[in-house]
Design a binder for this molecule. Structure first.
Ligand SMILES: Cc1ncc(C[n+]2csc(CCOP(=O)(O)OP(=O)(O)O)c2C)c(N)n1
Ligand code: SF4
Ligand SMILES: [Mg+2]
Length: 351
């Protein structure tokens, strides 16, 4: 079932990115998920985004919890660092790794069960601390791996495959991320790669806590009539507020939109996000406005997608703590041990 080896040979005509890698260099093992699972489309979008951003695979650390969604880092970026942690505990492991080595790009992959139930506390704190990362929740409204129980993101009135109606109030991951202080918040749909790839690229380029809720249908347990996380429901109720282009630093901007419909947001790395508004009343710089907008549209059964909030001036946890630039594993005893006299002084100050 698992561990099907992929051929290592690359066709010589495969397109290379600016650093000489083909898309295949960003792939992982063959997926063992159900055919048609939304999670596989998200893996494909991550591969595409990293290839287009010319990221050296060894500069990425991918971390996950437990679930079908949390298995996916095995299926992309096979040459990157990876840590499949414990159920709901990915955020604290990611925070520790990030504090020890800020030179890597951190990619957290989780599920709605992993992040909105057992890992809810960890999710909250990693957002409010502003850990520099791209945190993706592959949201299917169920615990796919354990055979389809409703998760905390299931909408009330949503009907399970066995005909049970969900009566609990849902946790909206996007609303929570906004409230908790994430500085980049977006929602995508696994069935819309054209929207999802730029969102992932922009999140990776963002300095701070970037969160993307990706509605990702579970074809085995939550893709039937009565589900609000099925391909059909999301396609019919998808309200994209904007479309995004991301221009790497120092590239000529070639896309033109009518004045007033487009805003440009410069990222810390010099890349520019071009937001083409599809809903002219939507302001992606207004955190409180975004929360109200989302609530109002959610009450109408709409699934609001796009870049929902971005703070280009965001500061991350390292800036808050004023940490050193160098990864801890490059520091020697001289930098790490201040010496007996300094320790004595610190201890005296605490007495
Ligand atoms: C501590 C602990 N409790 C419960 C489980 C059982 N379990 C495994 S995956 C999972 C839920 C996964 O749901 P989600 O994160 O939404 O991922 P999906 O499979 O839907 O992608 C649960 C409850 C576990 N592995 N560990
Ligand atoms: S059970 Fe659902 S979430 Fe898991 S692999 Fe199958 S379709 Fe995907
Ligand atoms: Mg799930």
């Amino acid at each position: 079932m698992t561990y099907i080896a992929k051929p290592k040979l690359h066709h010589p005509t495969l397109a290379c990115n600016a650093i000489g890698y083909t898309r295949r260099d960003y792939e992982g093992k063959v997926s063992t998920l159900c055919a048609g699972c939304g999670h596989d489309s998200i893996s494909a979008a991550i591969i595409q985004a990293c290839w287009e951003l010319d990221i050296e695979p060894h500069r990425v650390a991918k971390l996950s919890g437990i679930g079908c969604s949390s298995k996916t880092p095995d299926y992309f970026l096979g040459q990157s660092h990876g840590f499949n942690t414990v159920h709901g505990r990915m955020p604290s492991v990611l925070t520790g790794a990030n504090l020890a080595n800020r030179t890597l790009l951190y990619l957290g992959v989780s599920g709605d069960g992993d992040s909105a139930s057992i890992g809810l506390g960890q999710f909250a704190h990693v957002m409010r601390r502003g850990v520099d990362m791209t945190y993706i929740v592959e949201n299917n409204g169920v615990y796919g791996l354990t055979k389809g129980q409703f998760s905390a993101t299931a909408d009330p009135g949503s009907v399970s495959k066995k005909g049970v109606t969900n009566t609990d109030s849902p946790l909206d991951m996007v609303g929570m991320a906004l409230m908790l202080g994430a500085s980049f918040v977006a929602r995508g749909f696994s069935g819309d790669k054209r929207q999802l790839v730029p969102l992932i690229k922009a999140a990776i380029a963002h300095k701070g806590a970037a969160f993307i809720d990706v509605i990702s249908p579970c074809v085995a347990f939550n893709n039937h009539a009565g589900s609000t996380k099925s391909y059909e429901y999301v396609r019919e109720h998808n309200e994209a507020v904007n479309r995004l282009d991301i221009m790497p630093a120092r590239t000529e901007i070639t896309v033109d939109y009518a004045d007033g419909d487009t805003i440009e947001v410069e990222q810390h790395d010099g890349s520019v996000l071009r937001l083409h508004k599809l809903h002219t009343d939507y302001d992606a710089h207004d955190r409180v406005g975004a929360m109200n907008y989302l609530q109002a549209h959610q009450a109408k059964g709409e699934v609001v997608t796009g870049l929902l909030y971005v703070d280009p001036e965001a500061r991350d946890l390292h800036a808050h703590l004023d940490t050193v630039d160098a990864p801890f594993n490059t520091l020697g005893e001289r930098e790490l041990c201040p010496g007996a006299a300094v320790l004595e002084k610190i201890n005296k100050g605490l007495r």
